[in-house]
Design a protein around this ligand. Sequence first.
Ligand code: SAM
Length: 215
Amino acid sequence: MAQSSKSKAARKTSAWYQRHANDPHVKRAQREGKRSRAAFKLTEILDNQKHDLKVKSNTVVVDLGCAPGSWSVELAKLVGAEGLVIGIDLLPVNPISGVSLIEADFDSPAGQQALADALQGRAIDLVVSDMAPEMSGNKLVDQMRMIGLNEMTLHFAQQHLRPGGDILMKTFMGEGYDTFRRDMGQSFQKIKNIKPAASRKTSSEFFLLGKSFHA
Ligand SMILES: C[S@@+](CC[C@H](N)C(=O)[O-])C[C@H]1O[C@@H](n2cnc3c(N)ncnc32)[C@H](O)[C@@H]1O
């Protein structure tokens, strides 16, 4: 019994490696020296004018769940030397020029304090979150954890975004999503669902873009 479930897990792992090795975005990320294929999800959203999401120079951006750092690298290029990018992750991240990195749980008093300290009273222009929970394999549990992260992200944005600021966060379609989107709608003028081409079709992930924050 143990033997058969082990070989099933091994089969799954090898299928993942196979898919990963053949993924065109993985190959492109290697070619272009990106830290991860996730970079293309963000750049695709930013480059698509119909989403009207601009990261201007001199702005303050917070990157939640930033490891290994490919979004932060792109954001730092856009905000320039006068701007500020703060990235937080549970995992350590290799230094990125122009980015303040915090190794902490976003969902902890220490993580929240570290973010507030790094902001030094500056309001945020854009919050981005590519955070996802560690997958348990139980779809409902993972969905509830994802919505939990979304709720924390929204709460953080409500405390720190400047009026008119924007938010972009990953979520999963499923239980709790409709209610969460309705809650988010109370704080943003416009909300959009975005599934970038770089996001695997087999994944239930997509991004919620909230435009123009109002208290
Ligand atoms: C898909 S990865 C992010 C990839 C990143 N956007 C990039 O481009 O390199 C998701 C990250 O969310 C982080 N994460 C999940 N829950 C977190 C939490 N509570 N606090 C901080 N980071 C968290 C994970 O450690 C993981 O590194």
